[in-house]
Write a protein that binds this ligand. Structure first.
Ligand SMILES: [Zn+2]
Length: 326
């Protein structure tokens, strides 16, 4: 079963999260494999997407935010776009658009960062967003300070956390066809009396906190192979046996990560409305119906001429602003 484990290092400004996605991850792969058009992901894409889903789940578990966390990578390689999306209840979905051949051992740069144009974006989309309000988005390139290509998603995200949140973060990510897993260790910003007593701002603490540095080195020693094969208790004991940990009740089952898609007929209707009537009519004339498939879950939505007419009639019920009686 998919699970999230949160923990604190007693008395130290450091916290951690460990996730293991089993059924939530394999359902994403199965749905993709059974989709007639696209078919199963090439291995390197599968593993990248798995790491993205694990990372997005770690980050959603690590923040107090009532909305979707969307992790996207887009670039100039054969993977045009990869998306992992996690809701506050840990309903999650993911998809990747692959155009062109993928070498069996392709690295991150060969997938999405061939000409160093690849980017990683993290979007926080609040549940109760007002009309016209933009979701918060942060973007980082897939290269380091010397424009050297970064080959590990974990390093890209650590870089992002440092830039956008001013927080030291260490991630270890791994995925195969059965499991997507990740470990996140983060230095907590000093709060309340801690700040007053020390008289320090959070930025002054970046990269210098000895407790964080020691724990980060331990965390980074976790090998992908271990993350994919060992259970949570064994991982935490092996890494942090000398550190006093407080662990929280794991989030699993109904409260834990699970596959869930937010698509629906209503949303597709709004999309068709957005096309405009002439465009919708020309699709109908050509194909007899408007058919839209969801890339995330494989659902197919079909609208015949009567359905399409209804969409535009309903919208027509609301008179345009200029005709409204003031
Ligand atoms: Zn869907």
């Amino acid at each position: 079963m998919s699970e999230i484990h949160k923990f604190l290092f007693d008395g130290l400004p450091v916290r951690g999260v460990l996730v293991r996605l089993t059924d939530a991850w394999t359902e994403i792969l199965q749905r993709r494999a059974s989709a007639s058009k696209a078919g199963a992901y090439p291995l390197p894409v599968q593993n990248l997407l798995g790491e993205m889903v694990a990372a997005a789940t770690l980050m959603q578990a690590n923040i107090k935010f009532n909305g979707a966390l969307i992790l996207q990578i887009f670039g100039d390689g054969p993977v045009k776009l990869a998306v992992a999306e996690v809701q506050p209840d840990f309903g999650l979905r993911a998809t990747a658009t692959v155009i062109g051949d993928i070498a069996p051992q392709a690295r991150l740069s060969e997938l999405v960062n061939v000409g160093n144009e690849g980017k990683c974006a993290i979007t926080l989309d609040p549940k109760s967003r007002l009309p016209g309000q933009q979701p918060y988005q942060g973007v980082v390139p897939l290269f380091g300070d010397q424009r050297e290509k970064i080959e590990d998603l974990s390093k890209v995200l650590a870089h992002y956390m440092l830039q956008s949140e001013q927080l030291d973060t260490t991630l270890v990510l791994a995925a195969d066809d059965k499991l997507a897993a990740g470990l996140l260790i983060q230095r907590l910003p000093l709060e309340g009396t801690g700040n007053l007593a020390g008289g320090q701002r959070n930025e002054d603490e970046i990269g210098v906190n000895e407790d964080y540095k020691r724990i980060a080195i331990l965390a980074a020693s976790l090998k992908r192979e271990e993350l994919l094969t060992l259970d949570v208790d064994t991982i935490l004991r092996r890494l942090f046996w000398e550190e006093p940990l407080t662990r929280f009740e794991p989030l699993t089952g109904d409260a834990g990560p699970h596959f869930s898609c937010t698509c629906g007929r209503e949303r597709v209707s709004r999309m068709i409305l957005g096309l405009g009537q002439p465009e919708a009519q020309s699709i109908l004339a050509e194909r007899g119906q408007v058919e839209v498939g969801c890339d995330f879950c494989g659902a197919q939505y079909r609208f015949d001429p009567i359905d399409v007419a209804q969409i535009f009639r309903k919208a027509g019920d609301v008179p345009p602003a200029s005709e409204r009686v003031q």
